[in-house]
Design a binder for this molecule. Structure first.
Ligand code: ADP
Ligand code: MG
Length: 561
C-alpha cells in the first residue's frame, strides 16, 4: 500500500517538474482564427495553426450532435420527408415488436395538423410494451436498441430510428416525445415525457407517471414536429397503403390530417414465420469486423473461434481456412497480429464453404402478396417467391408481384413498389437495385409497351420485396438497395416469371376482345342478311330463320376460342 502511494506521489511530482508539451500560454481559439472583418491587403504572412492551437480546438463530438448536423442521413432533410420518416420509424418499431412477441399487430396511426407546418403524430400498437426502466434510453438516446447486435431479419437495425425522430421533433418544436406503455393487463401503464440532451446523447425525463389506459398491453408514441403533409407518390398515405400490402397480417387504422379514418383490415390471420437469428457467414465478413470478432471472441483458439462465431464452419473447414492462410489453428484469437488477421481474411474466400442457412428469412409469401395486391382493385394479379439466394455471404430472398388492369390508371408508367423486409421504400428510386433490375427487363416481351431507358407503361403495379437479415442499403436512411449482381439477377428472374404470366393474360384478353368484336358483327348483321335472302329467294319466315341459324353455326364454328 505504502509503496504504491509513494510511487504515485513521485510520478505526480515528476510530471510537474517536466516541461509539458502544451505549456505555452493559453490563447482562446477564437482570437487566433477570426481576423477582423474588412479585407485588407496582407503585408505579413498569415498566422498558421500549430499543433498547440489545434489541440485546443479538439473536442469530443456526441453522436447526437453529429446526427443533428447531418439529419439528411436519417431521412429528415425536408419537412415532407421528415413527417414520413417519423411515422415510418414508429410504425416499423410497432410491427417489429408485435411480431417478435407473437402478437398479430393492431396499429393506430394519427396525424393531427396543429398549424400550417406543425403536426402531432401518434402511433399506438398492441405489442408487448416496454419495461419502465428502458423507456428513457429507447426514446432519448441515439444508437440504443435491441436489434443491432444480432443478425436477424427485422425492420429496424441500428437503434437510431425512434430516438432520432424524437430529436427532430424536439429540434423543430421544442416539445418532448410522449410515451405511454404497458407490459400487461395487471401492470401499470407508464407515461413519460422525454427530451434528448444532445451534448451528452442522454435522455432527460420531464414526466414519469402512471395513467389509466384501456389498452391491456402496448405502446403509444406521440411526437410533435415541423412537417409538410402532401398526398401523392411519396406521401404518408402512400406509405401506409404499401405497408398494408406488404403486411397483410396487420390491422391498421389510419387517421389522416383532414380526411376520414381509413381502416385496412387484415387479410391474413397468421403471423409471418418467425425469422431465426443466425451467425455471420465467413464470406460476408469485412476486415474490420473480423478484427473485432477475433478480439471479442470467447473461444480460446483460432479454430474454435471460426467454428463458434460463424455459420457453416465445421472443424474440417476451420482447419482448411487456417491451412490456406498459413496460420496456427491453436493460436489465441486475441494474440493474432494484424498481418495474421489479414492472412485469415484472404484465406476465407479461397476456402469452399457451404452456403448460409436460410431459415433466418421470412418472405411475405405468394398468397399474401396476391391478397395484398387485390386491395388495388386490379383485374389480374400474379406473384412469385424465389428460392433463397446469397450475396457476399448474406442470405436473401426476392419476391415479386404484379397487378394489371381494372382500376389502375392506364396512361402512366407502371407504378413500382419497392420493399425491404416488408418496409416500403419511397425515396431514391433511381439509385435502387429494384428499379435498375426492373428497367433492365424487356417488358415488350410481356405485352407491355416500354420506351428505351424507361419503366414500362400501362395499367400496372409492379411489387418487389427483398427479405434479408442484412439488407445492403446505400445509406443510413435506408431508402435504396445496393446493386449486387446476385440481387439484380434474382429480381430479374422474379420479374420475368411475373411477366410471362402477365403476357398470357394480356394476349388471352386481346383474343377475347377480338372474339367479342366478331361476335357482335355476327349478331348485328346476320338478321339483315336473313331478310335480304328472304327477299331475293322469296323464302318463308321459317326458311329465313333456318338460313340464319345455319349461317350462325358455320360462322361460330370457324371462330377459334
Ligand atoms: N413500440 C415499441 N414496442 C416495443 N419495443 C420498442 C417499441 N419501439 C421501440 N422499441 C425498442 O426500442 C429499440 C430502439 O428502437 P429504434 O431507435 O427505432 O431502433 P431499432 O428499431 O433500429 O432497433 C428497439 O430495438 C426496440 O427494442
Ligand atoms: Mg426502429
Amino acid at each position: 500500500m505504502k509503496t504504491i502511494r509513494l510511487r504515485a506521489k513521485r510520478s505526480d511530482e515528476a510530471k510537474k517538474a517536466l516541461p509539458l508539451p502544451f505549456s505555452e500560454p493559453e490563447v482562446p481559439a477564437a482570437d487566433q482564427t477570426e481576423s477582423p472583418a474588412p479585407v485588407k491587403v496582407r503585408t505579413e504572412p498569415r498566422r498558421r495553426e500549430t499543433a498547440q492551437t489545434l489541440a485546443q480546438k479538439q473536442r469530443e463530438i456526441s453522436v447526437s450532435e453529429f446526427f443533428l448536423k447531418n439529419r439528411h442521413l436519417l431521412g429528415f432533410d425536408n419537412p415532407q420527408k421528415a413527417l414520413l420518416t417519423a411515422v415510418k420509424e414508429a410504425v416499423d418499431n410497432s410491427l417489429d415488436a408485435a411480431e417478435e412477441a407473437g402478437i398479430l399487430p393492431d396499429l393506430k396511426i394519427e396525424i393531427e395538423q396543429l398549424t400550417e407546418e406543425r403536426f402531432r403524430i401518434a402511433v399506438e400498437d398492441n405489442g408487448p410494451g416496454i419495461v419502465r426502466s428502458q423507456i428513457p434510453k429507447i426514446f432519448g438516446k441515439l444508437l440504443y436498441g435491441s436489434k443491432f447486435h444480432r443478425l436477424r431479419q427485422a425492420r429496424g437495425q441500428q437503434g437510431l430510428g425512434i430516438s432520432s425522430a424524437g430529436m427532430y421533433g424536439q429540434l423543430t418544436t421544442g416539445k418532448p416525445v410522449v410515451i405511454t406503455s404497458r407490459t400487461g393487463p395487471n401492470r401499470e401503464a407508464h407515461h413519460f415525457e422525454i427530451v434528448l440532451d444532445t451534448a451528452k446523447n442522454e435522455p432527460k425525463v420531464l414526466t414519469d407517471t402512471t395513467v389509466s389506459w384501456d389498452v391491456p398491453h402496448g405502446t403509444r408514441v406521440e411526437i410533435e414536429l415541423e412537417g409538410l403533409y402532401r398526398k401523392g407518390p411519396r406521401s404518408v398515405d402512400e406509405y401506409i397503403t404499401q405497408t398494408a400490402i406488404a403486411n397483410p397480417h396487420a390491422r391498421i387504422v389510419y387517421k389522416p390530417p383532414k380526411d376520414d379514418v381509413i381502416i385496412y383490415e387484415r387479410t391474413a390471420n397468421e403471423l409471418p414465420r418467425q425469422p431465426i437469428e443466425i451467425k455471420p457467414h465467413p464470406y460476408g465478413v469485412e476486415l474490420g469486423a473480423l478484427i473485432k470478432m477475433m478480439q471479442d471472441t470467447k473461444a480460446r483458439s483460432l479454430k474454435a473461434a471460426l467454428q463458434t462465431d460463424f455459420s457453416r464452419v465445421s472443424p474440417r473447414v476451420a482447419d482448411e481456412i487456417c491451412a490456406q492462410g498459413g496460420l496456427n489453428s491453436a493460436k489465441r484469437p486475441s494474440r493474432l497480429d494484424p498481418q495474421e488477421i489479414e492472412q485469415l481474411f484472404q484465406a476465407i474466400p479461397k476456402t469452399k464453404i457451404m452456403a448460409p442457412p436460410t431459415n433466418c428469412l421470412s418472405p411475405i409469401g405468394q398468397e399474401q402478396i396476391l391478397a395484398g395486391l387485390q386491395r388495388l382493385g386490379a383485374e389480374f394479379t400474379t406473384a412469385v417467391t424465389r428460392p433463397p439466394a446469397v450475396y457476399r455471404g448474406n442470405p436473401f430472398q426476392i419476391e415479386a408481384g404484379l397487378a394489371y388492369g381494372g382500376n389502375l390508371p392506364s396512361e402512366d408508367l407502371v407504378q413500382l413498389m419497392r420493399f425491404a423486409n416488408r418496409v416500403p421504400l419511397l425515396y431514391q428510386q433511381s439509385a435502387c437495385a429494384i428499379f435498375k433490375a426492373t428497367m433492365s427487363v424487356d417488358w415488350r416481351n410481356y405485352a407491355l409497351s416500354q420506351a428505351k431507358g424507361a419503366l414500362p407503361a400501362g395499367p400496372c403495379v409492379i411489387l418487389v420485396h427483398m427479405a434479408s437479415a442484412w439488407v445492403p442499403f446505400t445509406s443510413e436512411s435506408k431508402e435504396a438497395i445496393a446493386s449486387y449482381p446476385e440481387i439484380m439477377k434474382e429480381i430479374r428472374l422474379a420479374l420475368q416469371e411475373c411477366g410471362r404470366q402477365l403476357a398470357v393474360h394480356i394476349r388471352r384478353g386481346r383474343r377475347l376482345a377480338e372474339e367479342h368484336r366478331k361476335r357482335s358483327y355476327i349478331e348485328q348483321y346476320l338478321p339483315i342478311i336473313g331478310e335480304a335472302l328472304q327477299n331475293i329467294l322469296d323464302l318463308s319466315d321459317r326458311q329465313r330463320q333456318q338460313a340464319v341459324s345455319t349461317l350462325e353455326n358455320i360462322l361460330e364454328r370457324s371462330r377459334k376460342l
